[in-house]
Structure formats: structure tokens, C-alpha cells
Design a protein around this ligand. Structure first.
Ligand SMILES: Nc1ncnc2c1ncn2[C@@H]1O[C@H](COP(=O)(O)OP(=O)(O)OP(=O)(O)O)[C@@H](O)[C@H]1O
Length: 279
């Protein structure tokens, strides 16, 4: 892709979340007044404590939950239309997947092609080529005939990333892509995010790995049921804003120092995430 072509595609790739609120049927108001907008060529971290509404926000963006208020537009289109056009791919949290379901790796990746197929869902050569290319890019081509449930956590994550690549959507949501993966997979995911960003993709990545955010994201949304701060990592990813987002749970912070120390202590006093130093 030439730089001009990349700029064109980046400009046409967007996610606009305008003033949304989601209240679940049991009356729990999970998020309110959430607004931000992103363009292609951006990897944006979505950071917040457990229960701050990250998955709810993702589900609103992919049309699984319907906000009572506000709107979401993907590439300028309402969610339903964007989904029909295959404009958004989703890499779910591992815990939300039933790994006992018998399905081969290559068939999971092929699911990403469904939106490109006719009503009979019969794969064509182009679909098989895209699936093969996606598996090769994620280094899992040799696992194609294996059952998904028989893979390691890192391998499973690569399969779902390959499914997102096969889908060829330029907006990709990744829910906790670094949880339960080995260091090699972590680096493979970061390399992929970097390459896709350079190609003008837009990625929104929820993570608890605070130390890694400045390494692979250029923008950030800090969430605690509403947006606490949003913008470039350089401007927004500050100790002050993190303290506002995590309340009293943020300890031992030294962001920006040569040996940063970030430690999040979860509700039950067990260290949930730390970067550098000892937990
Ligand atoms: N289906 C539901 N019905 C009622 N409440 C829900 C439902 N799903 C989530 N919630 C509540 O909404 C709030 C936000 O949950 P959500 O899963 O979006 O948080 P999260 O930031 O993704 O958390 P985590 O980091 O633990 O994945 C929580 O208080 C949760 O208990």
C-alpha cells in the first residue's frame, strides 16, 4: 500500500462513540456519558478496573448490547450497517469462549470469512487463501487440523487473531489480548498491532497490563463507568489520571522513569497487575 492509499484508508476508518449509556435489565447502570472518537492508524488502549464497563462498551460497539442513550458509528455507519459490511472484528476474552465446542482451528479462522460468503456459507478459493494467509501470519498454520480446545492459551489467542485478520475488517476490538499468553505470543501480538497500525487499521484494546500500554498504544481511553480521560498516551497516560481512574487501588507508580513501577492492587488485596519490580 502506498502512503497516499494508506492515508485514504485511514481517513475512511473511524469509530465514533457519542454519549452512550447502558443500563442492564436488572437496573445496573454499567456506563454513562461515554464519548470518544478514533481514526485509522491508531492503537487505543481501553484501561479501567474490573467492572468499569470495558466489556459493556465493546458489546455496545459490536451490537450485542443496545445503549439506551447515545450512538455508535463505525466508518461513519450505524452499528447494524457496519456489521453487515464486515467493518468490525472482535477478539474476545478467552474466558468468554466455550473451549469444549468441537471445532478445528482452520474452521474457527474460516468463521471470519462468513460475512464475505453467500447465504449458503460455502467457502470459495479466496476464502481459503485468506484463511491460510491469516494462519501463516499468526504462526499457526501447522495447527490447522487441531481441535481448538486442545491448544494452549497463547495458541488459542493466535487463532482468534487469525480469525480477525481473515475477516479483513479495518476496525478491530481486542478484549484482554495479553491475558494468559506466553511472552512469545505477547510479542507476536504487539508486532501485529504495530504492523496493522502502520497499515491504517484502528484497534481498541482493553488491557490490565498498564506497563505495556506506552509500548504498543498511541492513544488511550481511561474508563470508570464513564470516560475519565482520553487522548494521546503522551498527554493522558499520567499518574494523576491513572489515580483518578483506579482510585485508591493504584500503588507504587513511577511512570516515565527508567525502571517504571506500576502495581495495581485488586479489591481482595492481591496484586492483579504489576510492571517492573516485585509484586
Ligand atoms: N448482563 C449483565 N447484567 C447485569 N449487570 C451486568 C451484566 N454484565 C455486566 N454487568 C455489570 O456491569 C458492570 C460492568 O461490567 P463489564 O463486564 O462491562 O466490566 P469490565 O470493565 O469489562 O470488567 P473486567 O475487567 O472484569 O472484564 C459490572 O458491575 C458488571 O457486574
Amino acid at each position: 500500500m502506498t502512503p497516499d492509499e494508506m492515508t485514504d484508508t485511514s481517513l475512511n476508518t473511524s469509530l465514533e462513540v457519542a454519549d452512550i449509556a447502558v443500563t442492564y435489565p436488572n437496573g445496573h447502570r454499567a456506563i454513562h456519558d461515554v464519548s470518544f472518537s478514533l481514526r485509522g492508524g491508531v492503537t487505543c488502549a481501553l484501561v479501567g478496573v474490573n467492572g468499569s464497563g470495558k466489556s459493556t462498551l465493546f458489546n455496545a460497539i459490536i451490537g450485542i448490547v443496545h445503549p439506551q442513550k447515545g450512538s455508535v458509528r463505525i466508518n461513519g455507519l450505524p452499528v447494524a450497517q457496519a456489521l453487515k459490511r464486515n467493518s468490525v472484528a472482535y477478539v474476545p476474552q478467552s474466558e468468554n469462549i466455550d473451549w469444549h465446542f468441537p471445532i478445528l482451528v482452520k474452521d474457527v479462522v474460516m468463521l471470519g470469512r462468513y460475512g464475505h460468503m453467500g447465504p449458503l456459507r460455502r467457502p470459495h478459493d479466496a476464502d481459503r487463501v485468506a484463511v491460510r494467509a491469516a494462519m501463516e501470519r499468526m504462526g499457526i498454520a501447522d495447527l490447522a487440523e487441531r481441535q481448538i480446545g486442545a491448544l494452549s492459551g497463547g495458541q488459542k489467542k493466535r487463532v482468534f487473531l487469525a480469525r480477525a485478520l481473515a475477516q479483513e475488517s479495518r476496525v478491530i476490538l481486542l478484549d484482554e489480548p495479553f491475558t494468559g499468553v506466553d511472552v512469545q505470543t505477547e510479542y507476536a501480538v504487539m508486532d501485529l498491532l504495530q504492523a496493522l497500525r502502520e497499515q491504517g487499521y484502528l484497534m481498541l484494546v482493553s488491557t490490565h497490563n498498564l506497563g505495556a500500554v506506552p509500548r504498543y498504544c498511541n492513544e488511550v481511553v481511561l474508563l470508570n463507568r464513564t470516560v475519565i480521560a482520553r487522548g494521546s498516551v503522551a498527554d493522558v497516560y499520567t499518574v494523576d489520571n491513572l489515580e483518578r481512574t483506579f482510585g485508591g487501588m493504584l500503588k507504587n507508580i513511577g511512570l516515565g522513569e527508567t525502571a517504571p513501577q506500576v502495581r495495581i492492587v485488586s479489591d481482595d488485596e492481591h496484586p492483579a497487575v504489576f510492571f517492573g519490580g516485585q509484586a
